[in-house]
Design a protein. Structure first.
Length: 180
């Protein structure tokens, strides 16, 4: 199971008709595999059919009133961008819709560091911190942590404990135990 499987299950189970992906990078990795009637991707570098080539901040500013059934966030992994994307998505997700966040569960400090370190290892950035500070939801333990947002509920930044220090503070489920 991976992010694509989870997204497609949610779309089918909730009968969602629209899909927005922030941070596509490569359409073949996820975007092209999503089964939904109306799809749009946003990526700062990628130029392709079905993709708006712009930053997520520009997208939210220009398209911030259109609603979406499922919004998948895999854009900027720095704290400010990840939090801004989450809060913008929360304003436009449909009532029975859902927000899914990628890279919520770094395995170690290097993966969860504020800046990507040289060497090409996986990097989740500060997405985990945004999750810890702002989200009530469940993280499926696959694909660097696929977070399914149930509610936005900001808490104190001091309470944000990295998952590599104490996974018990996070609601984490095994992929085989998750169902839409």
């Amino acid at each position: 199971m991976n992010r694509t499987d989870i997204i497609n299950e949610l779309i089918e189970a909730r009968e969602l008709k629209s899909y927005l992906e922030i941070g596509v990078r490569n359409k073949a990795d996820n975007f092209d595999k999503i089964k939904c009637g109306r799809k749009l991707g946003v990526d700062v570098k990628l130029e392709a059919v079905g993709i708006k080539t712009m930053s997520s901040a520009e997208f939210w500013e220009q398209n911030g009133k259109r609603s979406w059934g499922l919004i998948f966030l895999d854009g900027g992994h720095d704290y400010e961008t990840a939090k801004a994307d989450l809060l913008a998505a929360a304003r436009v997700v449909q009532k029975k819709g859902v927000i899914v966040m990628h890279d919520c569960l770094p395995k170690n400090e290097a993966e969860g560091a504020p800046f990507r370190r040289p060497g090409g290892s996986p990097w989740c950035g500060q997405v985990w911190r945004v999750w810890a500070e702002c989200v009530d939801g469940v993280i499926v333990d696959c694909d660097h942590g696929v977070g399914i947002v149930q509610d936005i509920c900001p808490v104190s930044a001091e309470l944000a404990v990295p998952p590599w220090k104490d996974r018990n503070l996070y609601e984490i489920i095994k992929p085989e135990d998750w169902h839409a």
